[in-house]
Design a protein around this ligand. Structure first.
Ligand SMILES: Nc1ncnc2c1ncn2[C@@H]1O[C@H](COP(=O)(O)OP(=O)(O)OP(=O)(O)O)[C@@H](O)[C@H]1O
Ligand SMILES: [Mg+2]
Length: 931
């Protein structure tokens, strides 16, 4: 192979762009560089330049590439990229996840945890200086690698990281283009064009002008082609130049032909070794090549020497890598198909003997197995199982192949086929290919074997995801006719049915079916079915406004859940979301936090990724209520990540919805409107017990942004959900008042209060009173308004909702101020301020400060802060004092500030001494300047 001077010519613009991106990264930003272009145009060379320059700046570079024939190893390109890092003394722990996922070692690995892990790894590696990830030949990447790449671009690492990718034009990886567009100016895309005549002149400075022109015309400026044809005779070049007029770019075929022709000039042994190496992998293992070719070691070594001398391969440690992927492809296709199947078979055998990596084995088995080969089916089934979380697409392909091998058998398979079908159906179902999933499940149901009930249950889930609720119901009802009246399968089927009822917003049916499930599972102490049934029943009852019975069942569920071992809970983990939700409504916020915390821990620990989004959504909701806004946003973010990875559209929409309130309170209406807009774009949650929440959240944001009409429009529809009914009415009342519709407001607030009283939830009562206060104030009855606001404050405090308590206190302060009770007003402002600060409700704090300034301009000046002695306090003492005035106990203050209760006590007693006060009441008076 001709190799005239390997240095780079031309490419000024591309290199400047790369330098620009590197400079941005070193200045602290994330950047993506995407390089595309025809085969051999110089993408890899440019990535190499990038890597070298980054290395020159002292940045760590992880460089991986995909290979044409091994798209079977999940995360292959990432394994390659982090290979060097993994070989260091103390590789980052996130790499274990990657290795496990790729080896199929850890069956229950959930890929979203891995995705976040890789992002964290890059963030850690980058620190403040920067890190580079280079992914080459993305058009060949395995589906898992592609998904991870897309993820890294959609949710880029925070900090100075550069992700550079290259792929051929003809095969743009799906999803990647869109992710790059969304990155906007943080992504640069380079389309690499063939070299110009000047570049060819620079490449071959000693050749005569006419020959360079001919070379340029014959190769259309493709550098790989140029190098391959550099020594070709005039006549061939002229013929090629004539052909070239028709084709704008060099067809891959032409490149393979020249490279193949070069290979064909090799002696038989080096050629055989090249072909075996091409089948074995890139880089290829020498021993493996010897086994495949059945040549003695020395001959193989000698053959590799020849290949290296002629520039076909290069040694890489103990292995050999082809100079260019097209050289490998040429060698691969030069061999006879029958021989290739034989070679793959030998490699599979070699690896099986040595317990080689399961997925690599599966790769070769897939290409060599014969119908009816039971070992092959077992290998493929094992590989499909191992990859079902890490790489659903691959798992599906392997399972399909295994089923194909089985289908040729004359005897019906002993349940193996059904098992494979269910595996395939689950994988397809969870990655959104629902139609085929349903078909497979029906095959299993029809076969009526031991896997029937499992197939029915999952089929109902598929129907649910498809939105075909009637079909789901029919399937489950039909199954119930076949099942005995009692027992775990019956209970499970009834619970599925209740799940469908929830989606249909039919609370009465939820209660009926969950109740029947409870009866069917009676006496079952081994599974989590009984607490699950109690939890779902409690939710149904809550929606039917039967809070007392809901309370009884939720207590039962809680008690049983607390007593149940992890293993029993795992299959019913999803029902802990509704449990926490009901608990939050029925004044048990701590219990809600505890249960959702345990559920998340279990889901994380066991890789039950599909339950994560909904649990995280409930977690975000609970935390928002409890004034942990930063943590709430973190959970919502994680839910979003996780749902996006799973392609779960409904959960994505819901995760956006739970971001609304914390975003509003922390970042204000403009940011929240952005979230509301995006949540609309991603599709609205279709139904279910949570869909009312999404509407409420959006309506609240519109109102805060001054769009009361929009708020009313959002809440115009009817909702069958008793749990959120009073909150909807309350919000409508406030919006009506803002639109000047006082009568409407009065009616709605009254109705909200009636419904809240029926439900007896502290939060609902608080919300209703808050609305009432606003209506009364607008009706110029501030005294009645004050009374309602005071009740709202007490109820919000009871419900454990500090942010809303703050909002109610702020309203109370304004009401006091409007009636001239300035001391009381100041005190309430002070309390609201502390509540906001403790919840990190930044925007509300800023709004409050503005409000207070307005108030101060009207009111007589309060004592200056140095007059009440607060200036004498240290920052820490001041923080402790502020929280104490807000009514937090020492233990609570300690938790918030990450101090020990003892330290809190010390700070407080010092503050007492400095301020000359003896009690907390005195302290509050002093701090708020009242009294
Ligand atoms: N600007 C250039 N100047 C000199 N040589 C170049 C230039 N660009 C590419 N080459 C040479 O052409 C050959 C092919 O380049 P490279 O491997 O970078 O192509 P590629 O676009 O990555 O192809 P593929 O799509 O097949 O991966 C290499 O030998 C490379 O050194
Ligand atoms: Mg390349």
């Amino acid at each position: 192979m001709a190799r005239p001077g390997a240095e780079l010519v031309g490419r000024r613009f591309e290199l400047d762009t790369i330098d620009g991106a590197l400079a941005d990264v070193m200045a602290g930003s994330f950047r993506a560089v995407a390089i595309r272009g025809e085969p051999g145009v110089g993408k890899t060379l440019l990535l190499g330049e990038l890597a070298e320059r980054a290395g020159g700046h002292g940045l760590p570079v992880n460089r991986g590439r995909a290979t044409e024939f091994e798209q079977n190893v999940p995360f292959g390109i990432f394994i390659d990229a982090f290979e060097r890092l993994a070989a260091t003394g103390a590789p980052p722990p996130e790499l274990d996840l990657l290795t496990a996922a790729s080896g199929g070692g850890q069956a229950e690995l959930d890929r979203y945890r891995l995705f976040r892990g890789v992002r964290r790894l890059l963030e850690g590696q980058a620190g403040r200086r920067g890190a580079i990830l280079v992914l080459d030949d993305l058009h060949w990447a395995d589906p898992a690698s592609l998904a991870l790449t897309e993820y890294l671009l959609r949710r880029p690492p925070r900090g100075p990281v550069l992700v550079a990718v290259a792929h051929r034009v003809a095969q743009p990886p799906p999803g990647l283009a869109d992710a790059l567009v969304r990155l906007d100016s943080a992504a640069v895309q380079l389309a690499v064009e063939p070299l110009g005549e000047d570049d060819v002149a620079a490449m071959f400075p000693t050749q005569p002008h006419e020959r360079r022109t001919l070379l340029h015309r014959a190769t259309r400026g493709n550098p790989l082609y140029l190098r391959a044809l550099a020594e070709t005779d005039e006549e061939t070049l002229t013929a090629l130049a004539r052909q070239a007029v028709d084709d704008r770019i060099v067809p891959e075929r032409a490149l393979l032909d020249v490279l193949g022709a070069e290979l064909a000039t090799l002696a038989p042994e080096p050629l055989l070794v090249a072909q075996a190496a091409a089948v074995a992998g890139d880089p290829a293992d020498r021993d493996l090549v010897a086994y495949v070719t059945e040549l003695p070691d020395e001959s193989v070594a000698a053959a590799f020497d020849v290949l290296t001398r002629t520039g076909m391969t290069a040694p890489e440690g103990p292995r050999f890598r082809f100079r260019h992927p097209l050289v490998r492809a040429a060698a691969y296709w030069l061999s006879q198909p029958g021989w290739r199947v034989h070679a793959h078979g030998r490699i599979a055998h070699y690896l099986a003997d040595r317990h080689g990596p399961l997925l690599v084995r599966a790769h070769h088995v897939e290409r060599s197995a014969r119908p009816g080969d039971e070992d092959a089916v077992a290998t493929l089934a094992a590989a499909a199982t191992a990859t079902r979380h890490a790489s659903p697409t691959m798992s599906a392909r392997l399972a399909r192949r295994a089923l194909q091998l089985l289908s040729d058998r004359t005897e019906p398979a002993d349940g193996v086929a059904d098992e494979l079908r269910i595996l395939l159906a689950r994988t397809l179902g969870l990655s959104g290919e629902l139609g085929e999933s349903r078909k497979l499940l029906h095959d299993v149901i029809q076969a009526d074997g031991p896997h029937r009930t499992e197939a029915v249950a999952f089929c109902a889930v598929v129907y649910r995801l498809l939105g075909k609720l009637d079909e789901a119901r029919a399937l489950l009802t039909n199954e119930l006719d076949r099942l005995p009246a009692r027992g775990a399968p019956t209970a499970k089927t009834l619970l599925e049915l209740a799940g469908v009822d929830l989606l249909c917003q039919d609370p009465a049916a939820v209660c009926r079916h969950a109740g029947e499930a409870l009866a069917a599972a009676e006496g079952d102490h081994d599974t989590g079915l009984v607490p699950a049934a109690h939890a779902v029943l409690a939710l149904g009852l809550l929606q039917c406004d039967e809070s007392d019975s809901a309370g009884t069942h939720v207590d039962q569920a809680a008690w049983l859940v607390d007593a149940a071992p992890d293993a029993a809970l795992l299959p019913e983990l999803g029902t802990l979301g509704p449990l926490a939700w009901v608990e939050l409504h029925l004044r048990h916020p701590e219990r809600a936090t505890r249960h959702i915390g345990r559920a998340l821990e279990l889901a994380r620990g066991s890789g039950l990724a599909h339950t994560m989004p909904h649990l995280l959504i409930v977690d975000a909701y609970v935390r928002t209520r409890r004034g942990q806004l930063t943590e709430a946003l973190a959970s919502a973010d994680e839910a979003l990540d996780c749902a996006a990875v799973m392609n779960a559209g409904e959960a994505v929409a819901m995760a956006m919805a739970v971001r609304l309130r914390p975003t509003l309170w922390q970042h204000g209406p403009r940011a929240a409107l952005g979230v509301a807009g995006r949540s609309g774009e991603d599709g609205r949650p279709g139904g279910g017990w949570w869909s009312g929440l999404a509407e409420l959240g959006r309506a609240e944001v519109y109102l805060a942004a001054g769009d009361a009409q929009g708020c009313l429009a959002e809440l115009a529809g009817e909702s069958a959900d008793g749990a959120t009914a009073s909150s909807r009415l309350a919000l409508r009342a406030v919006a009506s008042v803002a639109c000047g519709l006082l009568d409407d407001g009065r009616r709605q607030a009254g109705e909200a209060l009636r419904r809240a009283e029926r439900s007896a939830g502290a939060h609902q009562l608080a919300t209703a009173h808050h609305a009432l206060a606003r209506v009364r104030w607008a009706a110029e009855d501030p005294d009645a308004g004050t009374e309602a606001a005071r009740t709202a404050v007490t109820r919000f405090a009871e419900a454990g909702s500090p942010v809303e308590e703050g909002i109610a206190r702020q309203l109370l302060a304004e009401l006091y101020a409007s009636t001239g009770r300035l001391g009381a007003a100041r005190e309430e402002f002070g309390r609201a301020k502390v509540l906001y600060a403790a919840s990190a409700a930044t925007w509300l704090s800023a709004e409050l400060a503005r409000d207070e300034r307005r108030f101060a301009a009207r009111a007589p000046r309060p004592r200056r802060s140095d007059e009440n002695g607060l200036a004498a306090l240290t920052t820490r003492e001041r923080e402790v004092v502020d929280l104490a005035t807000a009514g937090l106990t020492n233990r609570e203050i300690a938790e918030r500030l990450y101090l020990s209760p003892k330290t809190v006590e010390t700070h407080l007693s010092r503050a007492f001494a400095k301020l000359h006060v003896r009690s907390r009441v005195d302290l509050t008076r002093r701090v708020t300047g009242s009294g």
